[in-house]
Design a protein. Sequence first.
Length: 348
Amino acid sequence: MKKFLFFISLFFVTATVTVLSRSVRFNYLTNKLTNFLSLIEHSNLLIVSSLPGHVEAESYDTMQGIQVETTSDIGGGQNISNIDDGDWLDYSVTVPQDGVYTFKFRVANGWGDGAKFELRKADGTALASVDVPRTGGLQSWQTLGATAHLTAGSQTLRLYVVKGNWNLNWFEAAASRSLPGKLEAESFDVASDVRPETTSDEGGGQNLGYIDDGDWMDYNVNVASAGEYVFQFRVANSYGNGVIYIKSEDGTTLGSVNVPRTYGWQNWTTVSTTATLPAGSQVLRIYTNPGTWNFNWFSVSQNGSPLPGHIEAEDFATMQGVQPETTSDAGGDRISVVSTMVIGWIIT
Ligand SMILES: [Ca+2]
Ligand SMILES: [Ca+2]
Ligand SMILES: [Ca+2]
Ligand SMILES: [Ca+2]
């Protein structure tokens, strides 16, 4: 009887080991097959992405040295990993028209100091260079911005890794925003060290803070027609001395305006200047030196302030020989935010 029980036990142990080994082998074969099918898919099926649009990093056409893994980023799916110096990924894209496109790259970087990549044309020309800061982990995701000039048509974009050790989930490209119009300061496409915060200005939303000497914000815009435009900037400045420069992509200063002291980081006023803009898709840089002022929005219009309407006298675009001063007019407290600047107002 003991001998019988021993053989029965031996049978079950053997059967279990056999099933387990088969299942391990089955999983191994399944993985091999999946990888093989994915290889066939990438070698035979050209994935063409339309820009503007969203492109999964793993939807590359060809690549060197990267791997694909399950991502824990919002939306799930996969991300590109094992990104080393000199690795690259090629994407087939179609672009509707020549112009500046705003790119967003979804990255994660645990410890890769100096991490960097370039977006390149098929001939190797760099379209954009992007630094990848530490994000706190290889599955801690952050979105980075960049602008790049693309030409119309079907083409290959290469994402070339200058310094690796980070992950990529997806990227997006968007077309320029239309001017004339009003842009929220915090809707910049790329910027240096500035931070959005809740604003208490009219209309609510957010403003930018931490705008220090030499800081800048880039806006990818499409100007309807060449000409002189009035720029209005909604600003607050606790201390005074700020200067705003409107710059073109090549660094030329197109216009500038002083940011007056408003005696509070949430005491808002509007300052104006003019700048001549060429027509078409372009990047406008709002540069400051000295800085340290808060920024809610700016508007660009060809005809200045809309009439009929209310215009503060001190909201001039240009002037000669006048100075703003504190008003004791009845409206002074109604517009207390700018009362330190009021010299009167016009009604039409
Ligand atoms: Ca690699
Ligand atoms: Ca992905
Ligand atoms: Ca700053
Ligand atoms: Ca705002």
